[in-house]
Write a protein that binds this ligand. Structure first.
Ligand code: CP
Length: 309
């Protein structure tokens, strides 16, 4: 039962609970009109303390497509935070008005912190610093189900900024809960997967390399990521590493015919635009999956998943 729960990190939900969200997302994709009014009279608060395109717009589109309404901000300077109000007081206040809240914040642990101030309002973490991004993981799981037939038995290459990539941290911990997943972590040594994520994994289920060319032919899924400029303290270091990997047509020739290329987006230079037309490139389809899976999540957390009467 997901009604009334918070989603701070993917581990908050059991695999069968994640599966129930996927099944509802599949039903919504098949018959969106059946769900167009299930959130009538409900309000979602959209609190973005950090820039976003996909997460914010897909959550807002999701709520509107479920027949609900929105309050919120994407510039915290327009709220009383700019007068020094604490996050706890902000959330307690928003809980007086909204039924569910989505929060993105640059500081790790913020979503967890504010959930302690939300008595009856489910809190969804839309990304907290370099920590976790659980709804991107739900998006990724739905995408893998749809384009690879399921989440078991894959060799998954994860390439780019594995140090700061919160989408990657959440995805790796979640995919590790499925059967027979082998990871190939592809990064420069400066951006390796942090120890606190590796400790979740059995040493025989992953390998590490900095050479994408050498391993691309082994992969069923290639998950690309951008170098996270906003998390670097040293701009020169960012400039040195930002173009370390560029996936192009030449590299794609070495990949399996049924490999899929995923990316949480935004992309900077790490996938050349010439790859977009390759049928294996699913990253914009993935962005669309994000809206459907967030529709399913909102409906589940509000306990309104039954079809319109
Ligand atoms: N994938 C993702 O989180 O994108 P945004 O930063 O645009 O929300």
């Amino acid at each position: 039962m997901l009604k009334g729960r918070h989603l701070i990190e993917p581990g908050d939900f059991e695999i069968d609970e994640i599966e129930s969200i996927m099944q509802l997302a599949d039903k919504i994709i098949a018959n969106p009109e059946d769900y167009s009014m299930v959130c009538k009279g409900k309000l979602l608060a959209s609190l973005f303390y950090e820039p976003s395109t996909r997460t914010r717009f897909s959550f807002e589109a999701a709520m509107l497509r479920l027949g609900g309404q929105l309050i919120g901000f994407d510039d915290p300077n327009t709220s009383s935070v700019s007068k020094g109000e604490s996050l706890g007081d902000t959330i307690k206040t928003i809980g007086c008005y909204a039924d569910i809240a989505v929060i993105r914040h640059p500081r790790e642990g913020t979503a967890k912190l504010v959930s302690q101030y939300a008595d009856e309002m489910p809190i969804i973490n839309a990304g907290d610093g370099g920590h976790e991004h659980p709804t991107q993981t739900l998006t990724d799981i739905l995408t893998i189900r749809n384009y690879k037939g399921g989440c078991n038995n894959h060799v998954v290459g994860v390439c780019g900024d594995l140090l700061f990539g919160r989408t990657i941290h959440s995805l790796v911990k979640t995919l590790n809960r499925y059967e027979n997943i082998r990871f190939v972590f592809i990064s420069p040594k400066e951006l390796k997967m942090p120890e606190h994520i590796l400790t979740y994994l059995s040493p025989d289920c992953y390998t590490e390399t900095n050479n994408l060319d050498e391993v691309i032919g082994d992969l069923d899924i290639l998950y690309m990521s951008r170098v996270q400029r906003e998390r670097f303290v040293n701009e020169e270091e960012y400039l040195r590493l930002k173009n370390y990997y560029i996936l192009d047509k030449k590299k794609m020739k070495k990949a399996k015919q049924d490999m899929i290329v995923m990316h949480p987006l935004p992309r900077v230079n790490e996938i050349a635009q010439e790859v977009d037309d390759d049928s294996r490139a699913v990253y914009f389809k993935q962005a669309k999956m994000g809206m459907y899976v967030r529709m399913a999540l909102i409906a589940k957390l509000l306990g309104v998943e039954d079809k319109n009467d």
